[in-house]
Design a protein around this ligand. Structure first.
Ligand SMILES: C[S@@+](CC[C@H](N)C(=O)[O-])C[C@H]1O[C@@H](n2cnc3c(N)ncnc32)[C@H](O)[C@@H]1O
Length: 272
């Protein structure tokens, strides 16, 4: 990918554009995870690690609300607030929700017993300001949970995109996931958070996805259209090659296999 195209893809990835209309694109990307083995219950893992009787929990970048509903069920006495930059996301969610940027959280310092920032910090250009804010709103003794992708997440997915861009456009492009890994992978996250918190515990979640048909993967690629710096016609040509490559794959194989790798970072005891 040219430097300019990479910069433009990065800017789009961090603009919130892909989430403006609501949770459709996000749900398309999440669709492939119903085929993940082993299945992981990330909301359940977070719930098990929040201490007894929290008074306030913030889910920052709450998206389609898959943590919010579980948190509210598990902690009926707590105020569980969903925070997101995208009005389209919040429209569909039960209140309380707050429209806000992680870099400027409208909450008092030390007011939340648990703060979640799950699979969202890689969208944020100014990570240090975001981490300052997440740390600021955390109550003494509270826990920050973050999650992101490890640098060896889904190489097969990236390879399919590279091959299709080479075939369709004559030049290989890395695709939007490179932006995630360059900006805030599990490895970078661990290093950054260890500078801020005395205790950073990684719950490592490697796995495998075996798809029995191309549909969910094609939908996942399509959902990234607004991230990629590409003319709509070029995007369609790349998609046509992805569909043809997958059709060839399934002509001889029963499954399309991808290795997946994510994790949750549980952070306690801010150093400041
Ligand atoms: C990949 S989704 C993750 C949703 C949810 N946390 C999960 O793990 O299922 C990323 C979410 O972060 C939100 N987001 C992106 N940048 C943000 C920012 N600067 N402040 C708050 N939310 C943001 C997006 O609108 C989107 O809903």
């Amino acid at each position: 990918m040219s430097d300019q195209r990479e910069q433009d893809t990065k800017r789009r990835f961090q603009s919130g554009e892909n989430y403006r209309e609501g949770s459709g694109n996000l749900k398309a990307r999440e669709g492939i995870f119903s085929y993940r083995r082993p299945q992981v219950d990330m909301p359940g893992m977070v719930i098990d690690r929040i201490g007894a009787e929290p008074k306030r929990i913030l889910d920052v970048g709450c998206g389609s609300g898959r943590y919010l509903s579980r948190l509210r069920e598990a902690f009926p006495g707590a105020e569980v607030i969903g925070v997101d930059l995208s009005p389209g996301m919040l429209d569909a969610l039960p209140k309380p929700t707050v429209l806000a940027d992680v870099c400027d959280l409208p909450f008092e310092s030390g007011s939340a017993d648990a703060v979640l920032a799950m699979h969202m910090l890689y969208h944020v250009p100014d990570l240090q300001t975001a981490l300052d804010e997440l740390e600021r709103v955390l109550a003494p003794g509270g826990t920050l949970f973050t999650s992101t992708l490890a640098s060896d997440d889904r190489p097969e997915y990236a390879a399919l995109w590279r091959q299709a861009t080479r075939e369709a456009l004559g030049a290989e492009s890395e695709g939007p996931y490179r932006v995630v890994l360059d900006h805030f992978s599990q490895e970078t996250a661990q290093a950054m958070l260890s500078e801020r918190f005395a205790s950073v515990r990684l719950h490592d979640l490697p796995g495998v996805i075996e798809l029995p048909e191309p549909g969910p993967l094609v939908a996942a690629f399509r959902s990234t259209a607004s991230f990629v710096d590409m003319e709509p016609g070029d995007f369609e040509r790349v998609m046509a090659h992805i569909e043809a490559d997958l059709e060839r794959h399934f002509a001889t194989e029963d499954l399309f296999r991808m290795t997946v790798h994510t994790g949750i970072l549980e952070c306690r005891d801010p150093r400041r």
